[in-house]
Design a protein around this ligand. Structure first.
Ligand code: NAD
Length: 438
């Protein structure tokens, strides 16, 4: 099939590349000229495991190309995916300006039946809005489909190639048949393609992300209570996770959820509720708990340093909002580092992939280290903000030799308190016993 993908970010580039991988002819469009030039030279502009192999193969086989020209892409394609940003507006609502602007242009460009597929996360009713916007200028037949994306950064290629499910919201019979064919290669293991109406598909995405955020906030509250009653949240996690009805995933407490999706999607669903005079009580708590979780981590650090971090040197391991991505949008680490540096702490941070993006944040007053151990020179404490695998089994002797004080604040519970007692570190984590050796 001939496909255009508009927007080549984490979702668009993975979508385009993985659609080319099954033999489709894909042209990716982006307004970012620099990005398009890099991709034309064979450079993958984001860090996403395994994407490079597919990317190179499909370029070499002439199935994947890049342009800044929407007209060229639309002319060559029967199916047009929209993978555009939907950032939060001031009031928490999803900003649809990117989507509607492209829809407006599509209406002016289209000259025959095309299927427009919305992959961005958008509020209920957006498919109708896109349809109306196109129809202002284009009076022929076309379909607008809602096909929310559930891929996880860090596992995006795997998730696209073998999705748990594909959700397709459409009332157009022709579009339904085309999409069934398009997604067949990805659902061969029997994972379902679930067809529904456009509004339900749009709602499904928000309901899924908000439920996952809720699970995280719930465990963060359980962790806080564990600290108060002397229980160990790791044990509780294992105890409840073995129940199939609860499941083992998304039960890890920490310093809150981040990223470009959960915070904005929970906010947008809350906004939708508000607009419909619905008091979505749980959702408000999910957001409050998430904000508080970052504050509590900073409070723990302040308490340890008797209320004053001025002049303290703090090493930070992990900047990206989660491991295996260079994405630092809404990363808890960034907010925590900004707070501590505003209080006078000197910060040196290391991340395996996120440093380049962090350097672009002019409000982030920190130094960056080349490797994990270089972030430890003469520090008063280490803060662990992202659970990258390379942090899990470090050389504690070398760490101690470099650090001024053997103190770790672990926002991701990557070590066991018992082990840290043996290693003679002061060790403060989430929902578990604090270890004080001094
Ligand atoms: P992103 O910011 O990484 O990428 C968006 C891309 O769109 C950028 O390259 C930008 O230059 C381009 N763009 C902006 N305006 C354009 C225009 N007029 N024409 C062409 N290109 C344009 O965004 P993302 O993370 O890929 O997210 C896209 C959508 O998918 C959002 O709605 C998001 O909520 C949703 N989503 C994201 C994820 C994720 O893990 N990142 C997962 C599922 C769904």
């Amino acid at each position: 099939m001939n496909i255009a993908v508009v927007g080549t970010g984490y979702v668009g580039l993975v979508t385009g590349t993985c659609l080319a991988e099954t033999g489709n002819q894909v042209i990716c469009v982006d307004i970012d000229e620099n990005k398009v030039n890099r991709m034309r030279k064979g450079e993958v502009p984001i860090y996403e495991p395994h994407l490079d192999v597919y990317f190179e193969r499909n370029i070499n086989h002439n199935r994947l190309s890049f342009t800044t020209d929407l007209v060229e892409a639309v002319d060559k394609s029967d199916i047009i995916f929209l993978a555009l940003p939907t950032p939060p507006g001031e009031d928490g609502s999803a900003d649809l300006s990117y989507i509607l602007e492209v829809a407006d242009q599509l209406g002016k460009i289209m000259n025959g039946y095309k299927i427009i597929i919305d992959k961005s996360t958008v509020p209920v009713g957006t498919a109708d809005l896109v349809k109306d916007t196109i129809a202002k200028n284009y009076h022929g037949d076309f379909a607008v489909v809602s096909n929310p994306e559930f891929l996880r950064e860090g596992f995006a290629v795997e998730d696209f190639m073998k999705p748990d499910r594909v959700v397709i919201g459409t009332s157009d019979v022709r579009a339904k048949q085309v999409l069934e064919e398009l997604y067949k290669p990805y659902t061969r293991q029997g994972n379902p393609i679930i067809f529904m109406d456009e509004r339900s598909a749009e709602m499904t995405k928000y309901a899924a992300n908000s439920f996952l955020a809720l699970k995280i906030s719930y465990m963060n509250e359980i962790a806080l209570l564990c600290e108060k009653v002397g229980a160990d949240v790791d044990m509780v996690r294992l105890g409840i996770g073995s129940d199939d009805r609860i499941g083992k995933r998304f039960l890890f407490p920490g310093i809150g959820y981040g990223g470009s999706c959960f915070p904005k999607d929970v906010q947008a669903l809350a906004y939708t509720a508000e607009q419909n005079n619905f008091d979505f009580k749980i959702l408000k708590s999910v957001m409050d708990v998430n904000t508080r979780q970052k504050e509590i981590f900073v409070e723990k650090i302040l308490l340890y340093f008797k209320g004053d971090v001025k002049g303290k040197k703090l090493g930070v391991w992990g900047i990206s909002f989660k491991p295996d991505t260079d994405d630092i949008r809404e990363a808890p680490s960034i907010q925590i580092m900004k707070k501590l540096s505003a209080m006078g702490a000197e910060i040196i941070a290391y991340d395996p992939e996120g440093t380049e993006n962090a350097k672009k944040d002019s409000e982030l007053k920190v130094q960056f280290a080349e490797n994990a151990y270089d972030a430890l020179n003469e520090v008063d404490a280490l803060l662990i903000c992202t659970e990258w695998s390379e942090f899990r089994n470090p050389d504690f002797k070398e760490m101690k030799a470099k650090m001024k004080d053997a103190v770790i604040f672990d926002g991701r519970n990557i070590f066991s308190p018992e082990h840290m007692k043996k290693q003679s570190f002061d060790y403060i984590s989430i929902g578990r016993e604090n270890i004080f050796n001094k």
